[in-house]
Design a protein around this ligand. Structure first.
Ligand code: WTA
Length: 654
C-alpha cells in the first residue's frame, strides 16, 4: 500500500470547503497563527473549555521529559465534565446517546438519564471496594453500558482498562494480570453478524484456576439473555444497579490522575499498556472533536463507528463527544447485519450529520456497489471522518461522492493510541482537502518528517514522522515499564517522539502517511504485532519456527501472512498443509483473537535469515505479495528463497 501512496503524493486534486461551510465554521484560519505564536497559551485556553474544580496555574511541566505534566496543579472530574455540567447548564434533556442494537432494538439516553446511570454505577463500584487508582477491566460489547462503565470508573478516580470483546480469553487474562485489575465488567454476550455471541465464557476461562487472583468480582450485564455459567464472584449488573444509591457527588482529582490503560501492539510479543491521564487528555479529546468535526452540540448528530475497545472508541465515542455535550449514535453490530445497507439505514434513521469511520469499511462498501447507499437518504451528512490507516485516494473519492454527495468535507485524521487524540488532520472549514493525505498538524501540534539523523526533511522526501513538542493528550508511559516507554518512543530521534510511521511531505508541504516502519501491522485499521502472532504460532506443539509479515491487501490494507517451519517429529501428525493451516489459524484465534488470524499460512522448510540470524521479512513480504524477490545478498544461505518461492509456485500451500 505504501508504494501506491508514494506515487500519489503528487496529487493535484483538492476540494475547498463551500463558502457557506467556511463562513459558518467554528475554526477560522487565525487559529493556526494563534497556536503558533503562543502554543502553551493556546492549550491553556483549550483546557479552560472544561470545568475545573480547582483551576490550574501551570500549563506544562516538561522537566521530567519524556513524562509530561499538563495543567498539573488543576483538579477536575472527567465524568462530571462529560455529564453533570451539561445537566447543570440546562441541557439535561438533550440526547447524549442513541443506542441502536444490531437486532433493531434501540434506547436513547438524555444527559440527565446518562448522568443518573453513571452515578448509580459509581456507587456500585465503590460498594465493591473499588477505590481511586484501582484498575477495572471492561470487556463488553458496543452497548451503552460500556460507556456508562468507563465514566463510572473515571468518576471515582479509578483506572479502566477496556479490552476489545473480540480478544480471546488468553489475551483478556494477560491484560488483567498486567494491570492487576480488581474487577471485570462484562456481559452475557452481544449481537454480532446476526446472532448472539457469548462473552462471559471468555471471562470464566480467563479467571479459571485462580489465573487472575487480583479479580474480586465480575459484574455481568444481561444483553442477550442466553444461559451463563454462574460463579461465586459474579454479580448481575442490573441487581447491583437496582440496589445502589442514586446520588453520587463527583470529587475532584488532580489533572495527572491516571484515567485509563489501553493495551496496544508494539514491536515485541507483549502488548503495551498505554497510560493516559485526565486533564490533558480530556482537553485535547474535546478540542479535536469540536474543531475537526466542526461540532454544533445543539443540532449535530454524531456517529463514530469504532468499538470502545480501541482508542478511537475511547476518545471519539466516550470522552470527546460527551465532554462537548454532543448527541451521538452507538451501534452494536456489524455493518452488514441484518442487511448490507444497515449503516446507511442508521444514518437515515437518526439523521446523522457527522460520521467517523475507517477506510476498510469504506472499501468494503465500495466493493458492494453504490446501489446500496443510494437507496438511503444520506443528505444529513455534513462532515466525514476517516481514521486508523491510510485511505487510498480511490476510496476517499468514493466516500466523498457517494456518501458525502460531493458536499461534505472529508477529514483524514492521523493519530495513535499513544497520542490519545487527533494530531494531523484537515480542519473542514479551512483546509482544501486532498484525497489520501492527512495534510496538516492541528493547531498546537508540531509534527515533522525527519531523516535517519532526526533532521527535518524538505518537501518530496520520504522519512519518519516525529512529534517535536509535547501535547496534552500524550501518553504518560507504558504501564509498569518506564524503560520501554523511553526506548520505544524517545531514543531513536533524541528528544522527539517517534511515531513508528513513515511519512512524506508533498510539493505543497502536506503530510502523507506511508504506513508503519516497524514490525507493527495494520489490518482493517487494527494494530497487530508480527512478534505477537509469531509467538502465538510457536506456542503450538507442531511449530518450530514462525515468521509473520503484513502483506498489502486491497480490502483490509494489510493482511497477516505467516510462514512456519514444522518440528521434524511432528510433520506426520500435522498432516497436509491445508490441515496445518486450518489448525494454526484457529490456534492464533484462541491465543489472541479472531482479528489476528493469518489470511494465509505457508509451511516452509527454511526461513530467510541474515548471517546474524535476523529473519528478513522484506523477502517474505515479496513472496506474500507475489512480487519478484528483492536483494538476497545479505542472506546467510542465498538458496533459501528459491526453495520457498519454488514451493509456493508449485501450489503446495493453500
Ligand atoms: C495508523 C488509531 C494513515 C498509523 C487511531 C498509526 C493512520 C496507527 C491513520 C495507530 C491515518 C492511524 N492515516 N495511517 N489517518 N490513522 N493510522 O494506535 O500507522 O490503533 O501509527 O490508533 O494507525 O493505530 P492505533
Amino acid at each position: 500500500m505504501s508504494d501506491s501512496i508514494e506515487s500519489q503524493s503528487h496529487e493535484t486534486r483538492h476540494f475547498a470547503p463551500t463558502a457557506e461551510f467556511a463562513a459558518a465554521a467554528l475554526a477560522k484560519p487565525e487559529i493556526y497563527e494563534r497556536a503558533k505564536s503562543d502554543r502553551l497559551g493556546f492549550w491553556a485556553e483549550q483546557a479552560k473549555h472544561l470545568h475545573w474544580h480547582k483551576p490550574f496555574t501551570k500549563t506544562l511541566d516538561w522537566s521530567e521529559a519524556p513524562v509530561a505534566k499538563w495543567f498539573e496543579d488543576g483538579e477536575l472530574n472527567v465524568s462530571y465534565n462529560c455529564l453533570d455540567r451539561h445537566v447543570i447548564a440546562g441541557n439535561g434533556d438533550r440526547i447524549a446517546i442513541h443506542f441502536e442494537g444490531e437486532p433493531g432494538d434501540s434506547k436513547s439516553y438524555t444527559y440527565a438519564e446518562l448522568t443518573a446511570e453513571v452515578k448509580r454505577a459509581a456507587n456500585v463500584l465503590t460498594s465493591l471496594g473499588i477505590e481511586r487508582g484501582d484498575r477495572v477491566a471492561i470487556y463488553l460489547p458496543m452497548i451503552a453500558e460500556a460507556v456508562i462503565s468507563m465514566l463510572a470508573v473515571a468518576r471515582i478516580g479509578a483506572v479502566h482498562s477496556v479490552i476489545f470483546g473480540g480478544f480471546s480469553a488468553d489475551s483478556l487474562a494477560t491484560r488483567i494480570q498486567d494491570a492487576q485489575a480488581k474487577l471485570v465488567i462484562t456481559a452475557d454476550g452481544g449481537y454480532r453478524k446476526g446472532k448472539a455471541s457469548a462473552l462471559k465464557p471468555a471471562v470464566d476461562e480467563a479467571l479459571k484456576d485462580n489465573n487472575c487472583p487480583t479479580i474480586e468480582n465480575v459484574l455481568v450485564v444481561k444483553r442477550t439473555g442466553d444461559e451463563v455459567v454462574w460463579t461465586p464472584k459474579d454479580i448481575w449488573w442490573s441487581d447491583a444497579m437496582a440496589n445502589a444509591e442514586a446520588e453520587h457527588e463527583a470529587k475532584a482529582f488532580p489533572a495527572e490522575n491516571p484515567l485509563f490503560i489501553l493495551y496496544t501492539s508494539g514491536t515485541t510479543g507483549k502488548p503495551k499498556g498505554i497510560l493516559h491521564t485526565s486533564g490533558g487528555y480530556l482537553t485535547q479529546a474535546a478540542y479535536t472533536h469540536r474543531n475537526v468535526f466542526d461540532l454544533r452540540p445543539e443540532t449535530d448528530i454524531y456517529w463514530c463507528t469504532a468499538d470502545v475497545g480501541w482508542i478511537t472508541g475511547h476518545t471519539y465515542v466516550a470522552y470527546g463527544p460527551l465532554a462537548n455535550g454532543a448527541t451521538q449514535v452507538i451501534y452494536e453490530g456489524t455493518p452488514d447485519a441484518p442487511h448490507p445497507g444497515r449503516w446507511w439505514e442508521v444514518i437515515e434513521k437518526y439523521k446523522v450529520t457527522l460520521l467517523y469511520t475507517a477506510p476498510t469499511a469504506i472499501r468494503s462498501f465500495m466493493k458492494l456497489g453504490r446501489e446500496i447507499p443510494d437507496k438511503f437518504d444520506l443528505s444529513s451528512l455534513r462532515v466525514l471522518g476517516s481514521v486508523g490507516e491510510p485511505i487510498n485516494p480511490e476510496a476517499w473519492m468514493w466516500y466523498r461522492e457517494v456518501i458525502g454527495g460531493n458536499r461534505a468535507p472529508i477529514v483524514d485524521t492521523w493519530w495513535q493510541t499513544e497520542t490519545g487524540a487527533i494530531m494531523i488532520s484537515p480542519l473542514p472549514g479551512i483546509t482544501d482537502t486532498k484525497p489520501g493525505s492527512a495534510q496538516v498538524p492541528l493547531p498546537g501540534i508540531v509534527a515533522k518528517v525527519v531523516g535517519e539523523d532526526g533532521v527535518e526533511l524538505g518537501n518530496e522526501q520520504g522519512g519518519y514522522l516525529t512529534i517535536a513538542e509535547p501535547w496534552p493528550s500524550m501518553l504518560r508511559g507504558i504501564w509498569g515499564d518506564p524503560e520501554r516507554f523511553k526506548e520505544t518512543y524517545w531514543e531513536r530521534f533524541d528528544g522527539q517522539y517517534f511515531a513508528g510511521d513513515g511519512a512524506k511531505k508533498d510539493h505543497d508541504g502536506d503530510i502523507w502517511l506511508l504506513g508503519r516502519v516497524d514490525d507493527v501491522m495494520n489490518v482493517s485499521g487494527h494494530r497487530l504485532s508480527t512478534a505477537e502472532i509469531e509467538s502465538a504460532l510457536v506456542s503450538h506443539p507442531w511449530v518450530a519456527e514462525a515468521a509473520v509479515v503484513g502483506a498489502s491487501d486491497a480490502l483490509t490494507g494489510q493482511a497477516v501472512v505467516a510462514f512456519v517451519i514444522l518440528r521434524l517429529d511432528q510433520v506426520e501428525a500435522a498432516g497436509s498443509d491445508s490441515d496445518v493451516s486450518r489448525v494454526l489459524r484457529d490456534h492464533v484465534a484462541k491465543e489472541i483473537g479472531p482479528i489476528a488470524k493469518p489470511r494465509q499460512i505457508m509451511v516452509v522448510a527454511e526461513l530467510p535469515k541474515t548471517r546474524s540470524g535476523k529473519i528478513m521479512r522484506r523477502l517474505l513480504r515479496d513472496v506474500a505479495e507475489d512480487r519478484p524477490i528483492g536483494d538476497v545478498t545479505t542472506l546467510a544461505d542465498t538458496t533459501v528463497m528459491n526453495i520457498i518461492s519454488g514451493k509456493i509456485a508449485a501450489g503446495a500451500n493453500d
